[in-house]
Design a protein around this ligand. Structure first.
Ligand code: NAD
Length: 497
């Protein structure tokens, strides 16, 4: 099938073979820096999902008996392959997602960590035993795989986020199906070429491109046992309800509105540098981006002056150009939404200190790109739309309070709980913040508190639906079911030696 742009849609990877989708529905993929179409994603239909899942299930029936030491061997190979191809993989992310080359490479490095952790599965998947829980009776717990598992991933980390799940799923003995974001499907094509080379048996890893209908088919398929999701909160809630109503395990990571508190005793130079990167890095499209800065007492003036200086000098442009520090947002709809939220912020009393809308970037070929430059608003009312809504763009809202306790109240006065940060040189203030703050990931003198792969990515409240998070030991538990065996072997049944 060829579509209006003259391009063949991208392929699915089904039962270990590349396959064209039979669906005639497609979505154009744009380079957000140029607005040009660079690929076409097929929107696969329900019967294609059924074929993917049936083949994955067949492959699982063999894979679950492959010893764990052999199941991790392709992951070692995958690690080498990603390292060999990391520059090209990173350019692919920049061209379809917009972030800078450095940011794209950083996400592969964080993804690689998860492969490395999952290579420890011979120890991580161990159960435990007790001898003689009663006289002559022993009890053991084993961790067994579930079957076919699926992940539905967002546009903003097309390399790293699939790797929050895939290595744990397959190393524990499951089959794994990825449904990447239809906005950034090219990175998964590249990753799956490497997975093919890494030596996993056919059908253990599958790629199905698509949108809502494709997702619904995965959520309803009786042979899909567990669903991982990362994306916006309304979709996370929907997926969690539908998957669990169908009897599946689900871990659904949602959106965020991350606050950072700056106390007067903070190292102001460091705090501003880190917070500017947190707010404007990846064009504000990180789920751990700081979007609200709360200054306490005399921190206000110094922090405000410095953040304005950073926001007005940060170079925005095409992510592969050398000196560029920030790329475009993902699409025009997103840019329009961000512009609208800034308007609302001003109408609701915010003071626009730096307006990043409508500014040009270098190079005629980028004139139509979806750029929003860093934007800063002060005196944003905690009840205003801008204070409560996820912007997912390079917009920092500032608020001011007089005490650390008031700051903690403000931090906790929101539905999300993905991350909260504090900047201070006081151990006791940091401790109080850490202890009382209502967020699953906490940064102390850090602006993006992204847990290492051997810790869970612990969103709370409206930022997470489920109980076991992605990564580390939580990943191992999510992808395994415990089997408890109580056994008795009476002596009189055995031949005596
Ligand atoms: P999104 O929710 O629009 O899409 C995510 C995935 O869900 C995509 O694969 C998409 O095809 C699918 N989808 C979209 N609408 C659907 C529907 N109605 N039914 C079924 N499936 C649907 O998210 P996005 O715009 O791609 O990503 C940005 C969002 O992801 C932000 O809210 C961000 O905070 C969040 N995010 C969260 C984390 C985290 O760890 N909590 C990490 C990264 C991104």
């Amino acid at each position: 099938m060829t579509v209006a742009s003259g391009r063949e849609p991208l392929m699915n990877f089904v039962g270990g073979e590349w396959q064209r989708s039979s669906s005639s529905s497609t979505r154009d993929v744009h380079n957000p820096a140029t607005a040009q179409i660079i690929a076409v994603a097929p929107l696969s239909a329900a019967q294609e999902v059924d074929e993917v899942v049936q083949k994955a299930h067949q492959a699982f029936l063999e894979w679950r008996y492959v010893p764990v030491v052999d199941r991790i061997k392709p992951l070692f190979k995958l690690r080498e392959l990603i390292n060999q191809h990391i520059d090209e993989l990173s350019k692919t992310i920049t061209n379809e997602c917009g972030k800078t080359f450095v940011e794209s490479k950083a996400e592969w490095l964080r993804g690689l960590e998860n492969i490395e952790v999952a290579c420890g599965m011979p120890i991580l998947q161990q159960g435990y035993s007790n001898e003689d829980i009663a006289r002559g009776i022993d009890e053991h717990m084993f961790r067994q795989p579930l079957g076919v598992t699926a992940a539905i991933t967002p546009f903003n980390f097309p390399g790293m986020i699939p790797l929050w799940f895939l290595p744990y799923a397959v190393a524990t003995g499951n089959a794994f199906v990825l449904k990447p974001s239809e906005k950034v499907p090219m990175t998964s094509q590249y990753l799956f070429r490497l997975l093919e080379e890494a030596g996993f048996p056919k059908g253990i890893l599958s790629l199905v491109n698509g949108g809502k209908d494709t997702v619904d088919a995965l959520l309803d398929h009786p042979k899909v046992r567990a669903v991982s999701f990362v994306g916006s909160t309304p979709v996370a809630k929907y997926i969690y309800s539908r998957a669990t109503a169908n009897g599946k395990r689900a871990q659904c990571q949602g959106g965020a509105k991350n606050p950072a508190v700056v106390l007067p005793d903070a190292d102001m130079d460091m705090a501003t540098r880190i917070l500017a990167d947190s707010a404007f890095g990846c064009a504000g499209q990180r789920c751990l981006a700081t979007s609200v800065a709360i200054t306490v007492g005399s921190a206000k003036k110094d922090f405000t002056d410095r953040i304005i200086a950073d926001a007005t000098t940060r170079k925005t442009g095409y992510g592969l150009a050398e000196d560029v520090q920030m790329g475009p947002v993902i699409d025009n709809a997103s840019r329009e939404r961000i512009h609208g939220l800034v308007d609302t912020g001003v109408k609701e009393g915010g003071q626009l200190l730096v307006d990043g809308r409508g500014k040009k970037v270098d190079g005629d070929e980028f004139a139509n790109g979806y750029f929003v430059h860093p934007t800063v608003l002060a005196d944003v009312n905690p009840e205003a739309t801008l204070a409560k809504t996820e912007v997912f763009g390079p917009v920092l809202s500032m608020m001011h309070v007089n005490t650390v306790q008031e700051a903690i109240e403000l931090v906790n006065n929101r539905p999300f709980g993905n991350q909260a940060c504090v900047f201070t040189s006081s151990g006791s203030a940091a401790r109080e913040f850490r202890n009382k703050v209502d967020a699953g990931n906490v940064g102390i003198n850090l602006g993006v508190a992204a847990p290492m792969a051997f810790f869970p990515f612990s969103g709370w409240n409206d930022s997470f639906f489920g109980d076991l998070h992605a990564q580390g030991r939580h990943g191992v538990e999510f992808y395994t079911q415990t089997k408890v065996v109580v056994e008795r072997w009476p002596k009189e049944w055995s031949r005596q030696f």
